[in-house]
Ligand binder design. Sequence first.
Ligand code: MG
Length: 457
Amino acid sequence: MLRLFMTLACLIALPTLATSQEPAKRKPNIIVVYADDLGYGDLGCFGNKKIKTPNLDKMAKQGIRFTSFYVAQAVCSASRAALMTGKYSNRTGILGALGPNAKHGLAREHTTIAEMLKLLGYRTGIIGKWHLGHLAEYLPTRRGFDEYYGLPYSNDMWPKHPTAKFPDLPLIDGEKIIAKNPDQSKLTTEYTERAVQFIKKNKDHPFFLYLPQTMPHVPLFVSERFKGKSEAGLYGDVIMEIDWSVGEILRTLKDLGIDDDTLVIFTSDNGPWLSYGNHGGSAWLLREGKGTTWEGGVRVPFIARWPGRIPADRTQPIPAMTIDLLPTFSKLTGAKLPDGKLDGKDITPLLMGEAGAKSPHEAYFFYWNNELHGVRSGPWKLYFPHTYRTLEGSRPGADGKPGLYKELKCGLELYNLDNDLSERTDVAARNPEVVRRLQVMADRMRDDLGDTLTRKK
Ligand code: MG
């Protein structure tokens, strides 16, 4: 009798249980804001005292800051190729910065984040600088994006370049050139308005919005509203406008009630362009900047926010890299990983600030073009003999004019980033076993990806 009663009670309770369960969560929206040449030290939440970035600071308070986040190569196109594909740049064949004369772009065999998510039914948009091929067959609209609005390459590749000759700079909507040499002081505002429209239009459907800002890459431009607003000159004003842009996006998500359904990431494509002096950013205490594999070139600010999923006010010191975003987005959305070899790995536990989370990587590798310059494992970063550019002993440019880099040679050098963030004291001689261990890792990578400094592939 008791058993019959229990069974009846269970049957009666079943519908109640079912309806009390949370409705199935929709697949998350993903927004990636990719600033151009913004340095590690350019944001309030990364220690800048002169440039006010209240929206990014708030975003960091509500989410997580990665303090050792890397790009794969410290230059525009190569960096973007790695972000979009989850592969080291040299595996994609995209190196350096593609110019208006480039005949190639990101090859079709390398699946983009947009293509991966598109297969899952995501709406996809890119607003800003693509830089992975400007010819029609390489445009974002052919690489998984429903919509495209922006510049196909860098904003300094135009007729007013201080030292080089370039043709007119196109502004593209979809696949159509709608303007030449557009008023760059309007770009950040236009991108932001477009981004807000895209979010509103797709609010009832999972979406991926990629917003690679044109700024603060030189030549710097800012709208009237932000002129003279910072204590750090035009560069600071430009960063304040980018901060405003992020604020508009976050406000839109909140107004639409899709805050909890949206992962927002803010980071930069490489460190500051130091030769531009007061028109370049700051790497803070990090050594060197854009165009080098030293920490100032490859380590960038990274903030992620996803209310209800990422705990508030977290700092993640464990290293991660842009190559990890595609596999992580696959994990978070259920999208099938592209076929073929990926270099990135799922870092969801690190992103979610889980206690005890560990890096899925033994090491990260730092190439410049096809030269393997360095490897980081734990606190150790080992550099191999190579030549790099520096401003040491010469003067940076000012007000939009570049200074002159000099070339210096780096030997086999080891740094412990835990107690020598600025990479000043080479401890290779004192740590032969660490050197050997990292050498072995590097040799394995050379067998896979090559290294024109030590061997032919
Ligand atoms: Mg850049």
